[in-house]
Design a protein around this ligand. Structure first.
Ligand code: 5GP
Length: 221
């Protein structure tokens, strides 16, 4: 086995968390990053909410009844779980562990409570917060959806402020002015995180282990 192959064998997958207020565009960024980078794996969440038009079971979410969800939760099948706008969402543990064990990077799109739980369990994860350039833009985007009452709209704005105030759990913030540029930024973050020296120490040691002999052999001769 070559040094290179040894290094790759020991390379561990990253847990990449994308969070941010509803309306900030994190879902769009998440799916575009996955489309452009098939090497990054999607964590398919379980939810009790009904599928929206175009959503497929097992692709966008695993759609389950409340009873099925509670049963999975009681069995400890979730890595994190949260209730968001009256529905339950959870990340199933087993597929994530399998992907990480294979050295693959896994990306999660979760709410702030889910993000906190992942950070608490895996402090080495990469935490990315997606936000609009300011709150006026967030309000414009939420209004453009035309699905919110004035009450619901102001609840979402104040919940966005609450989420942003928890910025200290995040490593990166992406001010999403233009989606394509934000996707480039997120991909740049992931690639930079992969290149961190501390994430590649096993690989570096494997390389040095073989090369280190050469200078000392030279010195002896
Ligand atoms: P939606 O129903 O619009 O797809 O998602 C609603 C919210 O639930 C979004 O903020 C999304 O990030 C969050 N969400 C989706 N999947 C999960 C999950 O597995 N865990 C947690 N904690 N939140 C999730």
């Amino acid at each position: 086995m070559s040094n290179d192959a040894e290094g790759r064998m020991k390379y561990k997958g990253l847990l990449i968390v994308i969070a941010g207020p509803s309306g900030a565009g994190k879902g769009t960024i998440y799916y575009e990053v996955l489309r452009r980078r098939p090497d990054i794996q999607k964590s398919v969440s379980v939810t009790t909410r009904a599928p929206r038009p175009g959503e497929e079971d097992g692709v966008h979410y695993h759609f389950r009844s409340l009873e099925e969800y509670q049963d999975m939760s009681a069995k400890g099948s979730f890595l994190e779980t949260a209730s968001v706008y009256n529905n339950y969402y959870g990340t199933p543990k087993a597929p994530v562990f399998n992907m990480l064990a294979e050295g693959r990077d896994v990306m999660f799109e979760v709410d702030i409570y889910g993000a906190r739980q992942i950070k608490a369990r895996y402090p080495d994860c990469v935490m990315i917060f997606v936000m609009t350039p300011d709150f006026a833009v967030l309000e414009q985007r939420l209004r453009a959806r035309r699905t919110e009452s004035e009450d619901a709209l102001s609840r979402r704005i104040s919940s966005a402020k609450n989420e942003l105030s928890q910025y200290d759990i995040f490593d990166y913030i992406v001010f999403n002015d233009e989606a394509e540029a934000s996707v480039d930024t997120v991909i740049g973050i992931i690639d930079a995180e992969r290149s961190r020296v501390r994430r590649n120490e096993d690989r570096i040691r494997a390389l040095l282990g073989k090369e280190i002999k050469r200078p000392s052999q030279k010195n002896k001769s």
